[in-house]
Design a protein around this ligand. Structure first.
Ligand code: 0T9
Length: 388
């Protein structure tokens, strides 16, 4: 296990033991320096936008079926960034910075000749347990994604199992028939390679995309397994609404690996995307990272400015500095919470609002028998929030 530096072996072993005997909020455990990432979880929603063309062209679909295919294609194409990019950039999965309440992250994918600007707004809406809310919007295309993300973790036969809580809703605005909305649920993760100090993610079980017009995708995830099979594979099935006159002709099946390529399987019906490419998704090429203002121009709650000293410490191997600066942030957070209690006030969210129930979620989840969410839900209330 060369991944663990010799000097951190015992601290890694004790960290793994803590993880194994623990279930709940892993983000609060102290991990050895070699596994720390200088990036906060508030930056993760940017993975949804790193194929900006696929996101903005969702609304170019000629009909419900075409748009459902495009939503699925964009979704699958984000998985590589979401679940393998830390391994590619930093050699393994790393422990992200645990965002503070009220932490913000903004960025955009600028307008080009082929697409309008896509902007991202992220806010940490809860600290215990950590919940991150996000909104990504392309006004020219009329495509909007609003979601929130939390995790429930447990430990099983050497792996960390992460159940993602929260969901996302993608809305296409301005269609002749009004708006179209898709409920997107998130896959389950297994983090393997823990003992060796080189953790990586595999996806398991299924996630769903339910459109309000009845089109429905289910995506099944499989990994290498112990003896056979390829890593990072999926099989997606897109079904037409129940009352569709030709269901079998309009059932789509796509299969492949989500970090490389996938194709339509032979049993697929109508295949609008097949023209011109052998692939359904091909993410081997470069993706486009989000543009973010330099730290010097950021507000004090913006993630990269807030964590700058900690992140620099981690990047430069100055772990004493990193840990001292992290403690400062945590202490000031504790003080703020105490002051709020003393004053009888509560921290006010800036861009999102907690809602007791979500009619849209209930309706769409009921269409495919989804489970009602047990967690809190949030809606976007920031600038240019769109009304019905
Ligand atoms: C939403 C994503 C999520 C966040 C991360 C589990 C995890 C925190 C949540 C689910 C994004 O859309 C997709 C990707 C990676 C997920 C993270 C991977 C990870 O390890 C962390 C957890 C909290 C840990 O840091 C565990 C300890 C660590 C030492 C193991 C590498």
């Amino acid at each position: 296990d060369a991944a663990v530096p010799p000097a951190q072996k015992s601290s890694w072993t004790s960290f793994v033991k803590q993880v194994a005997s623990f279930s709940g909020d892993l983000s609060s455990l102290t991990a050895p320096p070699f596994i720390l990432s200088p990036v906060s979880l508030t930056e993760f929603p940017a993975y949804w936008g790193e194929r900006p063309e696929l996101f903005s062209s969702i609304s170019d679909g000629v009909d419900e079926e075409d748009r459902s295919v495009r939503v699925l294609k964009w979704f699958i194409a984000t998985l590589k960034g979401q679940y393998t990019s830390r391994n590619e950039k930093m050699g393994s999965e790393k422990k992200p910075l645990n965002p503070v309440l009220g932490e913000l992250f903004f960025g955009e994918w600028p307008e080009t000749s082929t697409r309008g600007k896509t902007s991202l707004t992220v806010e940490q809406v809860s600290h215990h347990p950590p919940v991150t809310a996000y909104r990504m919007y392309n006004a020219k295309a009329g495509v909007e994604l609003v979601g929130f993300s939390g995790q429930k973790t447990s430990f099983s036969s050497g792996s960390i199992i992460v159940k993602q809580t929260g969901h996302a809703v993608l809305t296409i605005h301005g269609l002749p028939e009004g708006k179209e909305q898709y409920l997107i649920t998130l896959p389950r993760l297994r983090i393997d390679g823990i003992w060796y100090g080189s953790p990586y993610i595999e996806l398991s079980d299924s996630s769903f995309i339910q459109c309000d017009n009845g089109w429905f995708s289910s995506i099944e995830y499989k990994g290498k397994g112990y003896f056979s099979g390829k890593p990072h594979t999926f099989k997606a099935t897109l079904l037409p609404p129940e009352n569709h006159p030709q269901p079998s002709e309009h059932t789509h099946i796509m299969e492949g690996t989500w970090h490389e390529t996938s194709t339509y399987s032979k049993t697929s019906g109508f295949q609008p995307e097949l023209i011109g490419t052998p692939y359904f998704t091909d993410v081997r090429g470069p993706k486009e990272e989000i543009s973010v203002k330099p730290e010097s121009e950021q507000g004090e709650w913006e993630s990269r400015r807030l964590w700058k000293k900690v992140a620099d410490g981690i990047k430069n191997g100055d772990y004493d500095v990193a840990s001292r600066e992290k403690t400062k942030i945590e202490n000031s957070q504790r003080q703020m919470r105490k002051d709020e209690i003393a004053a009888g006030t509560r921290w006010e969210l800036k861009y999102f609002e907690k809602i007791p129930e979500d009619e849209l979620y209930e309706r769409l989840a009921a269409m495919y028998d989804g489970q009602p969410p047990t967690e809190e839900m949030y809606i976007y209330k920031g600038p240019d929030a769109l009304k019905d």
